[in-house]
Design a protein around this ligand. Structure first.
Ligand SMILES: Cc1cc2nc3c(=O)[nH]c(=O)nc-3n(C[C@H](O)[C@H](O)[C@H](O)COP(=O)(O)OP(=O)(O)OC[C@H]3O[C@@H](n4cnc5c(N)ncnc54)[C@H](O)[C@@H]3O)c2cc1C
Length: 495
């Protein structure tokens, strides 16, 4: 039984067609014609995000250009009780931007300007539809960059990053989105404009900025973001270590951090991921290895020289069969080339893949990798692992074929078991991709009913009618009780 997959409602359903016809004139009263998409062929590109197993056509799509337009859209929807799903680039992997059949999609694609870049204060004020990489491209002229670097950074937007509290390779040392955003301007569902955070280190009252970052488009619509910029380090160097055993590689990760070294990035790929990446981009990876670690160190020349020597010793002591050190920037980038292309590379191995995202304490890495292999065997589904090892942020990629009857359901179930394994070893069901629709059942495993009540209370404080991205992120008590009663979930309990 799948509790996740919603039934798709047809676009021309009579009730929806009536609702669409009623809403359109009210939107046309203040939006130009090109800001409203109302035909099936126009809205179909918005039917899913990066989690394409789940699809639903929205009632309408709106593409406002100004903050005032966003306010008017939200006020109107608030008054008429129409649900709203905000959307950036649609690269999310947990179904966060999945539309609702009776709701509108509010695309921030036209909010794509960098409003101000201040090299002295090392900040940039940007609109939410600006791509993550575009911030670094603009800042590079001043020797600065924006640190959080999701693998999707060429496409994903800063508004989406704020909603998901996105991470990336460099977050081990430089933090997630929440550590790199100073302020956001938000329109609430009732159409009010509020500013959260400031340039100051601390602010009075509750830290609403921290609460808002990672709230998955459920508390407000971001219309402006102020980010911190970092100076580009003097030097960066990477090591690539090969292992004949995945668990040894897992242990090496803990050894590096325990030695007091904080790498700029510490990533791991297992055999299937190495082979797929090598076949795809020819990065020169050792294809006979059971696992590789890529460890990047950055800082001043002296710091990097010392740390490279220290990490090399640690890697060899942990049983690496080969350790390479990048001789120049071209080689460093080659080490990363396969890692950066790993998702699409693994995507070539089977008709479909499902990318999970959970976080565990680093010490549990060897055990979780072993049990992942056991579960992969039990379900008869191949799993490739490529992940932010330094953060303990796993990304098991389950390979499947959606055209084979029952395989998507088995994949979902295996994904759920892997997330619950993360909770069992003291971790959490999400690292950086959010809960969305994908992990909503596992929220019932991670949190108690009392804790979930607090989540609902926060949601209600921002969005009293529950119209912003409803059905995502926080399960209802009823959903949890149904999930807990599923026969193979009788063992599951919170914490
Ligand atoms: C190949 C690939 C690699 C990836 N690698 C990483 C990675 O390394 N690290 C990582 O963290 N993620 C990664 N992701 C996931 C994804 O790119 C991130 O979650 C990203 O932040 C989503 O941004 P987006 O603009 O595409 O948002 P969308 O997918 O459009 O939306 C995501 C969520 O944000 C909300 N939202 C979007 N814009 C706004 C706004 N202005 N106001 C309020 N809510 C809003 C939506 O409602 C939705 O809930 C990857 C995805 C892919 C496809």
């Amino acid at each position: 039984m799948s509790l996740i997959q919603p039934t798709q409602i047809p676009f021309d359903d009579t009730r929806l067609a009536t609702a669409r016809a009623e809403l359109l004139p009210a939107l046309r009263a203040f939006l130009p014609e090109d800001a409203i998409l109302a035909r099936q062929e126009e809205v179909s590109p918005y039917e899913c995000d990066g989690l394409s197993a789940y699809r639903q056509l929205p009632l309408l799509v709106v593409l406002p250009r100004t903050v005032e337009e966003v306010q008017r859209i939200l006020r109107l929807c608030h008054e008429r009780e129409v649900p709203v799903v905000a959307r950036g680039a649609g690269t999310g992997l947990s179904g966060g931007a999945l539309p609702l059949c009776d709701g509108i999609v509010l695309s921030l694609a036209r909010f794509n300007r960098i409003l101000d870049l201040n090299p002295d204060a090392r900040t940039a004020r940007v609109q939410p539809g600006v791509r993550n990489l575009a911030i670094t491209e603009a800042a590079s002229a001043h020797g600065l960059y924006y640190a959080p670097d999701p693998s999707s950074q060429i496409a994903c937007t800063i508004g989406g990053n704020v909603a998901e509290n996105s991470g990336g390779v460099h977050c081990l040392k430089y933090g997630l989105t929440v550590h790199n955003v100073l302020a956001v301007t938000v329109v609430t569902m009732a159409g009010e404009l509020v500013e959260l955070g400031s340039a100051a280190l601390d602010s009075a009252g509750y830290d609403l900025l921290a609460l808002y970052i990672g709230s998955e488009g459920m508390l407000g619509v971001t219309v402006e973001v102020t980010v911190k910029l970092m100076p580009v380090p003097e030097r960066a160097q990477a090591l690539l270590a090969a292992y004949d055993d995945v668990e040894k590689a897992g242990r090496a990760v803990g050894d590096i951090i325990a030695a007091g070294v904080i790498p700029a990035g510490l990533e791991m790929m297992d055999g299937p991921a190495i082979q797929a990446a090598e076949a795809f981009v020819h990065a020169g990876y050792p294809t006979d290895a059971a696992a590789i670690l890529i460890c990047e160190l950055d800082g001043t020349n002296q710091e990097v020289s010392e740390q490279v020597m220290r990490v090399r010793e640690l890697l060899l002591a942990s049983g690496a069969t080969e350790v390479r050190t990048s001789k120049d920037d071209a080689e460093r980038l080659r080490f990363w080339k396969g890692r950066k292309a790993a998702f699409p590379a693994v995507g070539r191995l089977s008709p479909d893949y499902y990318c999970m995202d959970g976080t565990i304490p680093r010490r549990a890495l060897p055990e979780v990798l072993r049990r992942t292999a056991e579960l992969s065997e039990e379900y008869g589904l191949r799993v490739a692992n490529v992940f932010h090892a330094g953060d303990g942020n796993l990304h098991p990629l389950i390979l499947f074929d959606a055209n084979r009857p029952g395989e998507l359901e088995r994949t979902e179930e295996l994904g759920g078991r892997l997330l619950e394994l993360c909770v069992e070893v003291g971790g959490t069901i999400t690292g950086e991709h959010g809960v969305g629709i994908e992990k909503i059942n596992q929220m019932c495993v991670q949190f108690s009913p009392e804790e979930l009540r607090q989540f609902h209370a926060v949601k209600a404080a921002f969005d009293s009618k529950g119209l912003l991205n409803p059905g995502k992120g926080i399960p209802t008590p009823r959903r949890c009780s149904e999930y807990r009663q599923l026969p193979d979930r009788q063992h599951a309990h919170s914490h």
